[in-house]
Design a binder for this molecule. Structure first.
Ligand SMILES: Cc1cc2nc3c(=O)[nH]c(=O)nc-3n(C[C@H](O)[C@H](O)[C@H](O)COP(=O)(O)OP(=O)(O)OC[C@H]3O[C@@H](n4cnc5c(N)ncnc54)[C@H](O)[C@@H]3O)c2cc1C
Length: 476
């Protein structure tokens, strides 16, 4: 659309990464104090793994490929709950993938009790809450540290059929042990006075739902992981894409990863957590072997509008339209003859939050457009129009006259056709694990995923049934 070329585009939000680390986390001790006592952490590998990251061979217990929220959370959990040494490899930097576009809600309101994803999200939510409590107990502010806010969430319906669904949803959520309340029109209008709604409107309200800030949280996790560098247990290899598996015997066992610049042995495990690139990366890593493992993860492009210093809308909770539930679930089966890379069908549904810096975040779109991350102003306009339908106050503004204040975050969600992430050992390939395919819920499912992977690597009993997420039977 003409006129919005002056938008402050931010398709690679890592540009802001250093700044955000600086402003949100500047006290090293803050992180150390919530880690186990240093005495309990054994020194490994001579203690200087993080120093040389150029053209060399390094040995670790575990190599994690991908430094998004999933990869960094796995590294964190391994470092905290074992004595293993861990390397993290990324083709770029943290937050350059889908994680950097994430809106940050960890809500249960749009998830369905009784599903496997529900169980994983509930476990993760508990772990996120424990982490936020831990930060608080150490005398630090979870808002400053993680962008943590308990805003509650509202799933809003505007038609009779939707309201009936919302009432059923509230019953199911309550039965599943989550505090949930159905709000009729008047109650909803009291909770969110700026919503433009008619009498045919209502909402499911979850007062305990929380959100975080992806940048602050990633900076927190990264900084915590780096404290293990001096103990010889952690190293990062950023801007260094994985290119080959290391396989030292003929039995298919994976011994690590060759990157563009380094050879990284992973004695115990190699974990692929490369988001939407996991499928294409696995094809590449296995191309010279006889092993066939097709991981059907596809990129699902999404836009999020970030309005800085925008005080013209007063929102008091996290908001999402009821249509989001189907918008997220809608799956297109390749077996139906649809080429997902070519199918650009666009869907847009309203999600609005205010982040820890006070920015208004408005989402979001979904579309299959391959690995393309270009800005499309048509989509920006559709998201804005959708938000205007819910908030009449926004009708006074156009995308054009907000161009100075608006960043557009663009990310590729890792989409699995059956709607569930892939977490677990790769069948027939000893020492190799996958952890990817969280689509629009990677932030909310990260800590449960990390716990599951760590327990698998350590051969611990699992907190959840991992079968629904298994690689076997879903990737062939
Ligand atoms: C607009 C939008 C809003 C969202 N909002 C939310 C939300 O509110 N709540 C929520 O829970 N989720 C949300 N999500 C989804 C969430 O962001 C993702 O599910 C999550 O970030 C996926 O994390 P990941 O670590 O698997 O992938 P990524 O963050 O994409 O990380 C994968 C990493 O792998 C690296 N990589 C790729 N190839 C290689 C290679 N060859 N070698 C080494 N590294 C490689 C990449 O550089 C990248 O850093 C949203 C997503 C979008 C797009």
């Amino acid at each position: 659309m003409a006129g919005i070329s002056t938008l402050h585009l931010n398709p690679n939000p890592s540009l802001k990464f250093n700044h955000q680390i600086h402003t949100s986390l500047n006290q090293k001790n803050q992180l150390f104090s919530i880690l186990p006592s240093p005495r309990k952490i054994k020194r490994r590998n001579g203690g200087n793994l993080g120093i040389c990251a150029v053209c060399a061979t390094h040995s670790f217990d575990v190599v994690v490929v991908g430094a998004g929220i999933i990869g960094l959370s796995i590294a964190r959990d391994l470092l905290l709950r074992s004595n293993l040494s861990v390397a993290v490899v990324d083709a770029a930097v943290p937050c350059s993938g889908a994680t950097g576009a994430g809106q940050g809600y960890l809500w249960m309101v749009h998830k369905t009790p009784g599903t496997e994803v529900w169980d994983l999200a509930m476990r993760s939510r508990k772990l996120w809450e424990l982490l936020a409590d831990n930060v608080q107990d150490q005398g630090f502010d979870p808002l400053e540290t993680l962008g943590w806010k308990k805003t509650g969430s509202l799933l809003i319906g505007r038609a009779e059929a939707e309201l009936n669904q919302l009432k059923r949803r509230v019953q199911e959520l309550s039965k599943a042990g989550v505090r949930a309340e159905y709000l009729s029109h008047d109650d909803l209008a009291n909770k969110e006075p700026e919503l433009g709604i008619n009498q045919q409107s209502g909402a499911a309200f979850l007062p305990d739902d929380c959100q975080l800030d992806a940048y602050r949280t990633m900076a927190f996790i990264e900084k915590g992981n780096r404290l293990f560098k001096t103990l010889g247990r952690y190293a990062e290899f950023y801007r260094d894409p994985a290119v080959h598996f290391i396989r030292s015997n003929g039995k298919g066992k994976i011994d690590g990863i060759k990157t563009q610049k380094n050879t990284l042995y992973g004695r115990k495990a190699t974990i692929i957590a490369a988001g939407c690139w996991t499928g294409s990366l696995m094809d590449k890593l296995l191309q010279d072997s006889h092993i066939v493992l097709h991981v059907p993860i596809k990129p699902r492009k999404g836009f999020l509008l970030n309005l800085e210093n925008f005080d013209n809308l007063d929102i008091r909770h996290g908001l999402m339209e009821a249509g989001y539930v189907d918008h997220q679930k809608s799956v297109i089966s390749e077996s139906e003859g649809v080429d997902l890379d070519r199918n650009e069908a666009l869907s847009v549904s309203m999600t609005v939050t205010r982040d820890a810096c006070g920015n208004l975040l408005i989402g979001s779109s979904r579309q299959f457009a391959g690995f393309n991350t270009e800005l499309d102003t048509f989509i920006v306009d559709r998201i804005w129009e959708r938000a205007q339908q819910f908030f009449p106050a926004l009708k006074e503004f156009s995308v054009k006259n907000l161009s100075e204040q608006m960043n557009v975050r663009i990310g590729l969600r890792p989409y699995m056709p059956d709607g569930k992430p892939v977490i677990g050992p790769a069948p027939g390939i000893p020492n190799l694990f996958l952890a990817s395919g969280h689509e629009g819920g990677g932030l909310s499912m990260a800590l449960g995923t990390a716990e599951m992977v760590t327990d698998m690597v350590l051969d611990n009993p699992l907190q959840l049934d991992c079968k629904p997420f298994s690689v076997e039977g879903r990737c062939c």
